[in-house]
Design a binder for this molecule. Sequence first.
Ligand code: ADE
Length: 231
Amino acid sequence: MKFWVLTLFPEMVENGVLTSITGRAVEKGIIEFEAINIRDYTNEKHGKVDDYPYGGGAGMLMQAQPVYDAYMSVVEKIGYKPRTVYLTPAAKVFSQGKAKEFALEENLVLLCGHYEGIDERVLEKIVTDNVSIGDYVLTGGELAAMVVVDAVSRMVPGVLTNAASGKDESFSENLLEYPQYTRPEEWMGEKVPPILLSGHHANVEKWRREQAIKRTMERRPELLKDNEDDR
Ligand code: ADE
């Protein structure tokens, strides 16, 4: 799978994605990643990519032309119009279910806005999915794109070394993850729950499931009645 990030700050996204587990996956060729600088595609001689909004209002908007040409450079390389995600707070919030869905794509384009946003006409032409990473406003889409690349990558077979670790975790069944413990058996007077030392696999599983439900009820009760689509 290849991620293409269209951005005015390619080095920001590169630094994030090429670090740690996603960076190792890129090195191994399990995923591919390319950040495209939208500014490289402007026809404006001074490299300008933004202008004032028609109708007035605060801030600047990214213009349609450089965004479209940056996108078309991807289309020309891969030979078809790929699924293209616009990162924006004005969208449904990203979920584990969406991460799994995006992980099935051969190519995924992530479009990062800056300033006050992007001219609507180019969004209408190229965007297939609008995605927010949460109900707060960031200064640009780059951090959101990095979140999406990370969450989607770990759903791509081979990115996580332990095959089970992509499944048995928070959200895989709309449940938060159960508490976990490692050595020592006692730390600052606190003991590891004895059932985890019992060696009784079925009882351990039952305890973990109970803990996951309890934690979900306490911390995120709304997940227990959430839609299957969000998993
Ligand atoms: N751009 C600015 N804020 C954002 C958010 N919350 N999610 C996705 N993209 C954004």
